[in-house]
Every structure is written in structure tokens, then in C-alpha cells.
Design a protein around this ligand. Structure first.
Ligand code: NAD
Ligand code: DAO
Ligand code: ZN
Ligand code: ZN
Length: 369
């Protein structure tokens, strides 16, 4: 069949909208008609050419929601008509990682997913007979996409797909990093670096964890209004200080924060996030994705004296078993999503969504199919 999709032909070039060929789902796969997809910083990152796994031409997008329209042989856990969120972190439930009880990083299809291919090593998308690569196993910048069964989470049909699509990445990542990875305790002092969709969701997570003080840091003052609305108690722009931002935060907090989160993807702010943690117990979680080949550094004495460095992918959330609960929490008003949708547009205008993110104008643009 044909599907309308935004194709990334090469790094640094705008996407073009094309009618591409889409093969039906093979065994263990499902076809989903997307209703909506968010545009996340990671899509812009891969398009920039900085992603070591970035392959072109590809159909990007990983923050979607839609309805199952066809299932392949042997699919039992979802049916036509089910509402689903695609998962770039799948959950097979049987691999060593899924069974460990220690991580959400299922490895069942990791190798082919990282190559932009389906688990059988081929692509379902093509144009004029030439394959187009999948992206993160999801490729949600297409009206229809094909996914492994283990890479969809079945959700409550009452949820608006044009909102809960954002639970496919940014919002879940931020909240999960606080609740699952750092396990912030009530009364804690938290610092979050970067106030995009992910960092603002760290603030949501910190509020859910009943943190006592939430310090929001960004170089764009325009982000502070939303940060305060969500529960930030202090907003800091590092550009307004001569001293390193970690020193500013240490002064402000009587020795440093209990927990910090880096949601930018910048190795300098990763260092600052670690070093603003309190001696003896402060823990810093890296969420941001840095460019290919970049490395983090600090003086080892920072760790010797009790600070801890962690990382978090998709907020440590197991998609098939835990994401449906996030959707229900949204429906019950416990998780905010609507406020994050600053722009909506049709697929034809998707390049504007990339521009808005680069210009710092949007929190999330949602593409409506
Ligand atoms: P975004 O571009 O919307 O937000 C980034 C924010 O950082 C912006 O508000 C920007 O003004 C701010 N910023 C930039 N440089 C800064 C600096 N030097 N100091 C302070 N603030 C600065 O991005 P997003 O969609 O919120 O994603 C944030 C990061 O998280 C990206 O690196 C993305 O790739 C990554 N990410 C990781 C995961 C994961 O599972 N680990 C999931 C989603 C996104
Ligand atoms: O299992 O080795 C692995 C990789 C899992 C991918 C997790 C990606 C998390 C960060 C990417 C940004 C999300 C959009
Ligand atoms: Zn698994
Ligand atoms: Zn994302």
C-alpha cells in the first residue's frame, strides 16, 4: 500500500513529503495508522547528522499514537482497532534484560532497530523500489507505519491520541527519570538543566515525588513561565551569572542539591549537573543525548566524595506494562500533557516544527495526520 511520509534524505536537509510504498506486517508485526506524532529534540539531533546510528534515507519520528489496522501472523497481544503508542524501547518480556528486573532496555530487537531495519533485517518502506530506513523502530512521521508487536503499548481508548502521543517519549522520559531512575524522595531538592519537553517533565516528576525545592535552569528565559506553572520553585539563567552555574546552585542550596537531571545533551551542563550535587549523597541523572564521539568529564574526587552519576533512557519505563498507567494518570489529571502542545500542524508543515524547536519557540509541536 501507499503511505504519506516525511523523508529525511540526508543529514541537515529539510524533510520532503512523499507517497511511499509500505509492505504489510510480517509475522509478529502490526501496522498502525498514526493519528498524531510529536517532534522531539532527538529527531532534530538525528537529522543534524550527530547521531552515530543515523542512517539515511529514513522516516524519522518516535513520539506517536495511533490505531492498529492490520496484524501479522502470530500476533496475539493486540488486535485491529486497538489504540497504541509505538515504543522505541520495546518490551519482549523474555530476554535477559526484561527478566533482570533492573532495566527497561529490552534487547530482543536492538541490533536491527539500530540499523534502521525490522527484526528480519529488511525495511517495510520503499520508494521507487529503493528501501527507506526505519528510525528507532517507530518511524512515526508517516501516516501508516509497521512495528514489531513487542514495540507497541495498548492504551485506554478514551485517551486523546493527539495528546498522549507525547507519552511516547518526552513526557514519560522526564517523569520516569525522577520516579524510576533517581527515585527522588519527598522533601528533596532537585535541579533540572534544560526546560524543553523532557526537562519540564522532570519538574512534573519532581512534583509527583513531592520534592521540596525544584530549581529550573535554562538559557532561554521564555521557558521559565511554564516551568513555574508546573511547579519549579526557582528559575535560573546561567547567562546572568559570572560564576560557574554549579557554584551558583551550591551557594543557593547550602552545599548542593540532592538530585539533578541533565535534559539538554551538552557535556558541559552534564558536568555542571553532577558538580552541583551535594557532597556525600547527591545524585545526577543524564537524560540528554550528546553528539557522536563526545565524552563527559569531571574530577574523580567528585565521585570519591559521594556524588553519583546515572543515566536514564525512556525514564526507565517498561513500555508495554507501565505506559498504559501513564495514559490513565493523564486521564485522571495527575500528569499534564495538554500544556506541552504549543503548536499543531499537518505533516506537510513538519519542517516548521523543526524550525520552532531550533528557535526555542515550541515545547512540543504535534503533527496531526
Ligand atoms: P529541547 O530542545 O526541547 O529542550 C532543550 C532545552 O535546553 C531548551 O529549552 C534549551 O533552551 C535548553 N538549553 C540549551 N542549551 C542550554 C545550556 N547550555 N544551558 C541551559 N539550558 C540549555 O529538547 P527535549 O526534547 O526536551 O530533549 C532534551 C534532551 O533529552 C535532548 O538531548 C534529547 O535528545 C534527549 N532525550 C533523551 C531521552 C532519553 O530517553 N534519555 C528521551 C528524549 C529526549
Ligand atoms: O538498548 O542499547 C540500547 C539503546 C536503547 C535506546 C534508548 C534510547 C534512549 C535515548 C534516545 C533518545 C530518545 C528519543
Ligand atoms: Zn526483552
Ligand atoms: Zn524523543
Amino acid at each position: 500500500m501507499k503511505t504519506r511520509a516525511a523523508i529525511a534524505w540526508q543529514a541537515g536537509q529539510p524533510l520532503t513529503i512523499e507517497e511511499v510504498d509500505l509492505e504489510g506486517p510480517k509475522a509478529g508485526e502490526v501496522m498502525v495508522k498514526l493519528s498524531a506524532t510529536g517532534v522531539c529534540h532527538t529527531d532534530t539531533f538525528t537529522l543534524s547528522g550527530e547521531d552515530p546510528e543515523g542512517v539515511f534515507p529514513a522516516i524519522l519520528g518516535h513520539e506517536g499514537a495511533g490505531i492498529v489496522v492490520e496484524v501479522g501472523e502470530g500476533v496475539t497481544s493486540v488486535s485491529v482497532g486497538d489504540h497504541v503508542i509505538p515504543l522505541y524501547t520495546p518490551e519482549c518480556g523474555t530476554c535477559k534484560f526484561c527478566l533482570s528486573g533492573k532495566t527497561n532496555l529490552c534487547q530482543a530487537i536492538r541490533a536491527t532497530q539500530g540499523q534502521g531495519l525490522m527484526p528480519d533485517g529488511t525495511s517495510r518502506f520503499s520508494l521507487n523500489g529503493k528501501p527507506i530506513f526505519h528510525f528507532m523502530g517507530t518511524s512515526t512521521f508517516s501516516e501508516y507505519t509497521v512495528l514489531p508487536e513487542i514495540a507497541v503499548a495498548k492504551i485506554n481508548k478514551a485517551a486523546p491520541l493527539d495528546k498522549v502521543c507525547l507519552l511516547g517519549c518526552g513526557i514519560t522520559t522526564g517523569i520516569g527519570a525522577v520516579l524510576n531512575t533517581a527515585k527522588v524522595e519527598p522533601g528533596s531538592t532537585v535541579a533540572v538543566f534544560g526546560l524543553g519537553g523532557v526537562g519540564l517533565s522532570v519538574i512534573q516528576g519532581a512534583v509527583l515525588a513531592k520534592a521540596g525545592r525544584i530549581i529550573a535552569i535554562d538559557i532561554n528565559d521564555d521557558k521559565f513561565e511554564m516551568a513555574k506553572l508546573l511547579g519549579a520553585t526557582d528559575c535560573i539563567n546561567p547567562k546572568e551569572y559570572d560564576a560557574p552555574i554549579q557554584d551558583v546552585i551550591i551557594d543557593l542550596t547550602d552545599g548542593g542539591v540532592d538530585y539533578s537531571f541533565e535534559a539538554i545533551g551538552n557535556t558541559q551542563t552534564m558536568r555542571a549537573a553532577l558538580e552541583c550535587c551535594h557532597k556525600g549523597w547527591g545524585e545526577s541523572t543524564i537524560i540528554g543525548v550528546a553528539g557522536a564521539g563526545q565524552e563527559i568529564s569531571t574530577r574523580p574526587f567528585q565521585l570519591v566524595t559521594g556524588r553519583v552519576w546515572r543515566g536514564s533512557a525512556f525514564g526507565g519505563v517498561k513500555g508495554r506494562t507501565q505506559l498504559p498507567d501513564y495514559v490513565d494518570q493523564y486521564l485522571q489529571g495527575e500528569i499534564k500533557i495538554d500544556e506541552f502542545v504549543t503548536h499543531t500542524m499537518p505533516l506537510e508543515d513538519i519542517n516548521r516544527a523543526f524550525d520552532l524547536m531550533h528557535e526555542g519557540e515550541s515545547i512540543r509541536s504535534v503533527i496531526l495526520f
